[in-house]
Write a protein that binds this ligand. Structure first.
Ligand SMILES: CC(=O)SCCNC(=O)CCNC(=O)[C@H](O)C(C)(C)COP(=O)(O)OP(=O)(O)OC[C@H]1O[C@@H](n2cnc3c(N)ncnc32)[C@H](O)[C@@H]1OP(=O)(O)O
Ligand SMILES: CC(C)C(=O)C(=O)O
Ligand SMILES: [Mg+2]
Length: 514
C-alpha cells in the first residue's frame, strides 16, 4: 500500500527566521488560512515563548484553523513548553514541537551542557509536553552533525517518553543526499522502538541541497514527514521548499510511491501571498512557482509545446495554480508560435505573404525588446495594415538633447520612392521631431492632443503615442508605436498626416526638397 507523506509547513516559524521576513499576527493568520486551503497536514505557527506577538499569532491561528494540526516550537524546558501549550489551547488538533541540540559542538559551545545533561533534559521535556498533548515532536537540533551512538540513545529515550514524531534536522545544511538518507536509515535500523514514531526530515539550503536531502531522507531513510516552507523561505539560505518537494513526489510517483494530501492548485496562490507579505520576491527561474517555470521562449520548444505539451512540460501549470503555461514571444520565437498567438488574438492574416511580413516585423521588434506582448502584436499587425495606404512613411530618426541645450531632431521619412530629410529644434526631443516633419510637410494642421502611453509594463515596453490634428474642419488621430517614444511620436505624427492627406495635394508634397 502507498504510504502517506506528511507535509509539515514551517513558513510561519522557520520561514519567519529569514532576516527581514517577520510577519504581523494578521499576516500570519492570512498565511495559515492559505496553508489550510493548501491542505498541509501540520502548520508550525511560530515559537510561542519567543514573544507576546508570536504567542498571540499562534493563539489566533489555533482558533481559526480547523483541518490542519497547529504546532508551536518550544525549547526543551517547562517554560517554553507551557507557553506553547497555552497558545495552542483552542486548536482542534495541536502539536508541541520541542528540541534540543545534540551535536558535540552545540552541546559544548552553545548549550554548555554535557551529553548526559542534554539526554536528561530531552527526556524531561517530552515527558512534560505529554501533560498537554499526545502529539509531540522531538528534534535533536544539529542532528546530522551529532554522533550516531549518542543520537540513538537520545531518540530511543524520547520515543519511550512519548514522542510521536522524530525530526532529524540538518540544521546548517551540511548534508548531501545519499549520506543524509543513509543517516536516517541507520538511526531507524538501530533504534529498537523506532517504529513507534513517524520519522521526519528538516533540511536547510546552505549548499542548495535542502530539497534533494529531504527526498533522500524519504526515499533512502524511510522518513514519512517533510518539513518545508513556501518559496523555500527560512533561516539563512532557507529551508526545503514545499512546492518543490510536493511536486517532485507527485510528478515522480513512479519512483517515490508516496501519497500527499496537498491541493496543488493552491501552491501558486500560497507562493504569491507569502512573497507579497514578506517582500521576498520569487526568482523568475524558481521551480514550480517562478514566473518562468512554465514559460517557453524558444521557437523549437514553443513549436513542440504547441503540438504536445509534454514535449517540454513535466507538470501542468494549471495543476499548481497558474492560469496556464506561457508561450513568451521574443527574438527566439518561431513562425508557428507567432501564428498561434495571432489566432488566439483573433487576428486573421489572409495570405502567407502577410503572415511572413508580420513575422519579419515581429522579429525586428523582438531584437529591440526582450518580450513581445499581445498589445505589441496587435500594434505590429495594425501598423502593417495601415502602412499599405500610407502616403508618408517613417524611415529613421536621430536626435540630440543635452541639459541646457535646445533639443535637435533629424527625421528621415518617405513618400512613395522619395526620401526626405528634415531637421529642426524644439522645446523637447518630441517637439523638435514634430517640428522637423512639419518643416517639410507644411501641413499647417493644428495639434489638438499629444499623449504617450506604455503599451506594456516596464521601461523596455513599447511606447504608444497618439497625435490628434485638426485641419479644414477635419479631426484625425494618428497612432505610432515604438520602443523609442520619440520615434513613436514621429510615426504617430506621420500617421495623422496620412489621414489628413488629400490626394489632390500630391503635387505640393512632391515639391518638398530633400
Ligand atoms: C535551529 C532553530 O531554528 S532553533 C529556533 C530558533 N528560533 C528562535 O531563536 C526564536 C526566537 N528566539 C527568541 O525570541 C529568543 O532567543 C528566546 C525567547 C527563545 C530566548 O531568549 P533569551 O532567554 O534572551 O536567550 P538567548 O536567545 O539570548 O539565548 C538562548 C538561551 O537558550 C538556551 N537554549 C538554546 N536552545 C535550547 C533548547 N533547545 N532547549 C533549552 N535551552 C536552549 C541557550 O543555551 C541560551 O541559554 P543561556 O541564556 O543560559 O545561555
Ligand atoms: C528547531 C529545528 C527543527 C530547526 O529549525 C533546525 O534544526 O533547523
Ligand atoms: Mg530549521
Amino acid at each position: 500500500m502507498t504510504d502517506k507523506l506528511i507535509i509539515f509547513d514551517t513558513t510561519l516559524r522557520d520561514g519567519e527566521q529569514s532576516p527581514g521576513a517577520s510577519m504581523t499576527r494578521d499576516e500570519k493568520v492570512r498565511i495559515a488560512r492559505q496553508l489550510e486551503r493548501l491542505k498541509v497536514d501540520v502548520i508550525e505557527a511560530g515559537f510561542a515563548a519567543s514573544s507576546d506577538g508570536d504567542f498571540a499569532a499562534i493563539s489566533a491561528i489555533a482558533q481559526v484553523i480547523k483541518d490542519s494540526t497547529v504546532c508551536s516550537l518550544a525549547r526543551a524546558n517547562e517554560k517554553d513548553i507551557g507557553r506553547a501549550a497555552e497558545a495552542l489551547k483552542a486548536a482542534n488538533s495541536k502539536r508541541i514541537h520541542t528540541f534540543i541540540a545534540t551535536s558535540p559542538l552545540h552541546m559544548e559551545k552553545k548549550l554548555r551542557m554535557t551529553p548526559d545533561q542534554v539526554f536528561e533534559q530531552a527526556k524531561a521535556a517530552v515527558r512534560f509536553a505529554r501533560n498537554h498533548t499526545n502529539d509531540i515532536e522531538f528534534s535533536p537540533e544539529d542532528g546530522y552533525r551529532s554522533e550516531v551512538d549518542f543520537l540513538c540513545r537520545v531518540i530511543e529515550a524520547v520515543i519511550a517518553e512519548g514522542a510521536t514524531t522524530i525530526n532529524v534536522p540538518d540544521t546548517v545544511g551540511y548534508a548531501v543526499p545519499e549520506l543524509y538518507g543513509n543517516f536516517i536509515k541507520t538511526l531507524r535500523e538501530r533504534i529498537p522502538n523506532s517504529d513507534k514514531a513517524v520519522w521526519s526530515v528538516h533540511c536547510h539550503n546552505d549548499l542548495g541541497m535542502g530539497v534533494a536531502n529531504s527526498l533522500a531522507g524519504v526515499k533512502i531513510g524511510g522518513a514519512r514527514q517533510i518539513e518545508c516552507t513556501i518559496n523555500g523561505l527560512g533561516e539563512r539560505a532557507g529551508n526545503t521548499s514545499l512546492e518543490e518537494v510536493v511536486m517532485a513526489i507527485k510528478t515522480r510517483k513512479d519512483y517515490f510511491d508516496l501519497a500527499v494530501g496537498i491541493d496543488t492548485t493552491q501552491i501558486v496562490p500560497a507562493s504569491k501571498m507569502v512573497s507579497q507579505i514578506t517582500g521576498f520576491v520569487v526568482q523568475p527561474n524558481k521551480a514550480v512557482v517562478g514566473a518562468n517555470a512554465f514559460a517557453h521562449a524558444s521557437g523549437i520548444h514553443q513549436d513542440g509545446v504547441l503540438k504536445a505539451r509534454d514535449t517540454y512540460e513535466i507538470m501542468r501549470a494549471e495543476d499548481v495554480g497558474w492560469a496556464a503555461n506561457k508561450i513568451v514571444l521574443g527574438k527566439l520565437s518561431g513562425r508557428n508560435a507567432f501564428k498561434q498567438r495571432l489566432q488566439e488574438l483573433g487576428i486573421e492574416l489572409e495570405t502567407e505573404t502577410e503572415l511572413n511580413d508580420a513575422f519579419s516585423r515581429f522579429k525586428a521588434l523582438a531584437d529591440q525588446k526582450a518580450e513581445i506582448f499581445d498589445e505589441d502584436i496587435t500594434a505590429i499587425v495594425g501598423n502593417n495594415a495601415e502602412e499599405a495606404s500610407d502616403y508618408y512613411r517613417f524611415v529613421s530618426l536621430s536626435q540630440r538633447s543635452e541639459t541646457g541645450e535646445r533639443p535637435f531632431s533629424k527625421v528621415i521619412f518617405k513618400s512613395g520612392k522619395e526620401e526626405f530629410v528634415s531637421e529642426a529644434e524644439g522645446n523637447g526631443p518630441v517637439d523638435a521631431t514634430l517640428n522637423a516633419i512639419e518643416s517639410k510637410v507644411k501641413s499647417g494642421a493644428e495639434q489638438l492632443l499629444y499623449s504617450v502611453n506604455a503599451i506594456t509594463t516596464g521601461t523596455e515596453s513599447q511606447g504608444e503615442v497618439t497625435v490628434r490634428l485638426a485641419k479644414g474642419g477635419r479631426i484625425v488621430n494618428g497612432v505610432g508605436t515604438d520602443p523609442d517614444i520619440v520615434a513613436a511620436s514621429a510615426k504617430a505624427y506621420l500617421a495623422a498626416l496620412n489621414k489628413l492627406h488629400d490626394p489632390s495635394q500630391h503635387k505640393l508634397n512632391a515639391q518638398m526638397t530633400v
